[in-house]
Design a protein around this ligand. Structure first.
Ligand code: 2P0
Length: 322
């Protein structure tokens, strides 16, 4: 049995939304994220000559071939790098609070990259691990690192990987408002493809990103949470605006998401630093001071149930468990 490897999920403050190369998962733009302590995946991989096919056991249940698809990309690359032919058994446990609806390909594919390379006897650098995780799922490239990470889009397999930006050991945190745990209608993979191909707003989104990225990197380096929050909230709104222009149009927002966004604006009126971001689903994540997490949770418990509110702090990068 190989060692267990843990990767934490990350939330993008500058979003990845669209691929330049769908096969290699080369993105259209650089993105920047914060890795969080509250959600993570533990994975162990065993290469075994006795197996006739790759096997994935997720939270104790054997998964079907469809889910194996992203996983297989990573395994095949590891086999190529290590000169291995044996099939693999993957055991994976998602540590995501029940009903969070946050089952994350970011932590899952990053943990797999770490566990599979380790089981194959490869000693990969963080940059190599980031590339390996990326071919499973784009956002996973960023979960190799703790704190803030930037995924450099690059132009081919060797030049597209994430780098650490800041360890986030300062007063920043995130509060999740879980509004819906149902499976989404449009996957992020399909949603970004449809947007790139059909939304007239997509070009405007892309053109605005360089300014957002350099401004947020400056704000992170200044530890200016107001600026970080403002830039991230505007960036998320722009990303979601592109989906309304797609054909057929779609949105990840629900009435409950709108209610959560309003609640964040109300927190600002009370004087808190609180800005939201959203991904390819209806849940709302609040960028705030770590020292305000309890107060914000209490304030929001007037509007939402306690079980809908999950506080997160910056989390560590990929690591082997003892
Ligand atoms: C992000 N999202 O930057 C963006 C923002 C969703 C919205 O990365 O196709 O699961 O496997 O590369 O990484 C979700 O997309 O997509 C995502 P693939 P992934 O976090």
């Amino acid at each position: 049995m190989s060692k267990w490897v843990r990767a934490h999920t990350n939330i993008a403050l500058i979003k990845y939304w669209g691929k330049e190369n769908e096969d290699l998962i080369i993105p259209k733009n650089n993105s920047l994220s914060l890795t969080l302590d509250a959600f993570y995946t533990d994975t162990s991989v065993t290469f075994d000559d006795a197996l006739t096919e790759d096997e994935l056991i997720l939270d104790g249940d054997k998964q079907d071939a469809r889910i194996l698809n992203k996983v297989q990309r990573v395994l095949d690359e590891v086999r190529t790098l290590a000169g291995l032919e044996s099939k693999a058994r993957i055991e994976s446990i998602n540590h995501v609070p029940t009903a969070a609806g946050l089952a994350s390909s970011a932590s899952g594919l990053a943990a797999l990259a770490g566990a599979a390379s380790q089981a194959a006897g490869l000693d990969l650098s963080d940059q190599e691990l980031s590339k390996l995780a990326r071919i499973g799922s784009g956002s996973a490239s960023r979960s190799i690192f703790g704190g803030f990470a930037e995924w450099l889009k690059g132009q081919d397999h060797d030049s597209s990987y994430a780098v650490p930006v800041d360890d986030a050991q300062w007063d920043i945190g995130m509060l999740f408002i879980i509004v819906n745990d149902a499976k989404k209608d449009v996957s992020s993979r399909d949603g970004m493809k449809r947007t790139v191909e059909t939304s007239p707003f997509y070009d405007g989104w892309l053109k605005s990103l360089d300014a957002d990225l350099s401004a947020i990197k400056q704000a992170v380096s200044d530890r200016d949470i107001e600026q970080v929050g403002q830039i991230a909230e505007r960036n998320a709104l722009k990303m979601h605006a592109t989906t309304l222009g797609a054909s057929p149009p779609f949105t990840y927002w629900t009435a409950e998401s709108m209610k959560a966004m309003d609640a964040v604006r109300a927190l600002r009126k009370l004087g808190y630093t609180a800005y939201f971001t959203m991904d390819a689903g209806p849940n709302v994540k609040i960028i705030c001071r770590q020292s305000d997490l309890s107060a914000l949770k209490q304030e929001l418990s007037k509007t939402f149930e306690d079980k809908q509110l999950i506080a997160a702090k910056p989390g560590p990068g990929l690591h082997v468990l003892n």
